[in-house]
Design a protein around this ligand. Sequence first.
Ligand code: HEC
Ligand code: HEC
Ligand code: HEC
Ligand code: HEC
Ligand code: HEC
Ligand code: HEC
Length: 451
Amino acid sequence: MKRILFVLAIVALSAPMAFAAAPSVVSGTGPLTSQYHSYDGLICTDCHTLHGSENGAAVSAGAGAGNWAGGAGYRELLKKGDWTDMCLSCHKEGYNTSATADLPSVVNSGWTAPIVMTLNGTEPAGVSLPAGDFYYSNVDPKKGHNPAYTKGSMATATSKLMAADTTLGSTPPGGAITDSEWSCHSCHGMHSRFSGSYSAWRQIKRKVNGIVTTGDVSGLGVETVVPSDVQNASYEPIKSNSRGDIQGTNYVNLRKDGNALQGADLLADYSDTNKNIYQGGFSSFCSACHGDFHGGNGEARTADNAKTRVNSTWIKHPTNVTMDMSTGSKYGITTYKAAVTNAQGTNPNPVGYDWRYPLVKADADFTVKSTVASMTDAATLATTDRMSCLTCHKAHASQYENMTRWDTNAHSFIANGATDFEGQVSTGDNPAYGCGKCHQKGGAKAYIKAF
Ligand code: HEC
Ligand code: HEC
Ligand code: HEC
Ligand code: HEC
Ligand code: HEC
Ligand code: HEC
């Protein structure tokens, strides 16, 4: 297993070199694909048990045991019956190393998995959870997704590590689930970093809820694998790449077009210099289940779409529109970066791309880099930037209702010295906060009235 650790170290070390012209090729002897969770990554029997038997006893161990067929062996020969519990056996804080995984007979090969659920809502130092913390939705289902229904059990929640949403159950607002599960595996695959079935962004499935939202995107430089499923033209593919490419027999720690990978390092703190960069159909992805909330991949101010824009007016918040204001819009890139006048004499609203309110960059726009600060760089904002569902929401859960990034049940203002939703201290009274980031409805002057 030493070799795997060594390879991981090379991958980690080569990341900062990604801007150099030469591709960052990871090679070595023997099969070397970096295709976690399979081949040279995780071992098949970390997750699967061939006969449901270990030391003469039924495999039924850990916090999620006995939650489906119960002891007599589980479907797909897995060590737990519930698919979400399978994932959390390695992705929950405390279970996230090969020494502590909540599964029997995992080979202690030295891996550390990124966490998606903490023990108490506090992000440990030195890791990031850009999709948010399932701790919050687990204790209060209003605060995010509660994927607690394994394949084939849409009526009855089966997860022991994830509480079900007692109000919504397994039904998405504005849509329906058609592929008979509401689990981590509704959105992600687990066998490889990318493949015909999984996109190169965080192993998001190309086919979500029965819809191929991301097909062959190799022409966009994302990766080389040709998927068997054909892209549904009504959906826009995810074009960001956090997982690299295979060129010939080498794993390359870059996009196919030579640009740097766009995912934040999950084993480091999230910040302006370690952030996700979004390109392509992040709104399309969400609309595979919440279709009524999205005007389609052509959503624009100039055309009605029956869902969000009717009779030339918005009836639901736009999501995929450009931030261009030349089309007669009152809101967009100008209001996003509006200078604020306050009593402290500072301008707390950054002039550049603000990672706390992420936008989707145009396909060929690589001005914003994952590892380079952009808030202070005015050149990182463009009129071709778009809004997406992820501008306002996290993908898993947040500390706020409806898994919004900021508390939408509070005022769109942050006072000098107060800490914002990403833990950053405001450098002055700021009306460009929350909804006010793009809609300074009281104007751009900060003024606190003593009631
Ligand atoms: C991280 C845990 C994990 C690892 C490691 C893993 N699997 Fe799986 N496997 C699963 C889960 C969860 C499912 C059920 C979900 C699905 O079918 O996509 C599954 C399903 C399967 C299936 C049935 C569905 C299909 O795709 O045909 C096969 C076969 C399989 N795995 C083989 C393997 C082999 C071989 C390896 C090693 C190269 C492996 N698995 C490694 C978790 C894992
Ligand atoms: C046996 C432990 C184990 C299980 C079970 C497991 N994972 Fe993982 N997972 C890992 C490790 C280790 C990594 C880090 C290696 C890597 O990034 O390729 C990882 C990485 C990931 C990533 C990529 C994060 C990134 O860097 O972008 C995703 C997404 C993911 N897992 C999803 C899942 C899902 C969904 C399941 C359940 C179907 C699952 N995992 C089950 C161990 C596990
Ligand atoms: C509704 C779809 C959905 C479900 C359900 C879901 N994820 Fe994710 N997950 C995403 C998306 C989208 C991202 C990327 C978020 C981003 O880029 O902002 C992500 C990111 C991740 C990452 C990378 C870390 C991070 O915070 O970005 C891991 C690991 C992961 N998911 C594992 C899981 C596991 C384990 C589960 C089940 C407990 C799960 N996911 C359930 C959509 C989902
Ligand atoms: C595979 C289907 C699926 C996808 C894809 C999906 N969702 Fe959901 N979503 C659901 C289901 C089912 C529920 C209701 C049950 C729950 O909250 O767990 C839900 C609930 C929600 C809620 C309400 C949470 C609450 O409890 O009040 C929000 C907000 C949301 N989703 C946003 C998103 C965003 C943003 C994305 C894209 C990153 C997304 N969803 C992608 C299935 C999905
Ligand atoms: C401009 C910010 C913003 C954008 C963009 C946005 N949302 Fe929301 N969303 C919110 C807020 C705020 C709420 C909760 C309060 C409300 O509805 O007024 C919410 C609520 C939700 C809910 C819960 C509805 C319910 O019945 O409880 C879902 C689901 C959801 N959003 C999905 C999406 C999806 C999918 C997209 C992209 C197509 C999206 N949102 C884009 C701000 C946004
Ligand atoms: C990242 C920027 C951004 C954020 C944050 C944002 N919006 Fe918007 N909003 C826009 C854009 C862009 C439009 C479309 C403007 C247009 O087409 O003229 C819009 C449109 C609207 C409209 C319709 C305006 C009209 O002319 O019909 C309303 C109302 C609205 N937003 C309310 C909100 C609320 C409430 C919040 C916070 C929960 C919010 N927005 C957060 C960018 C944003």
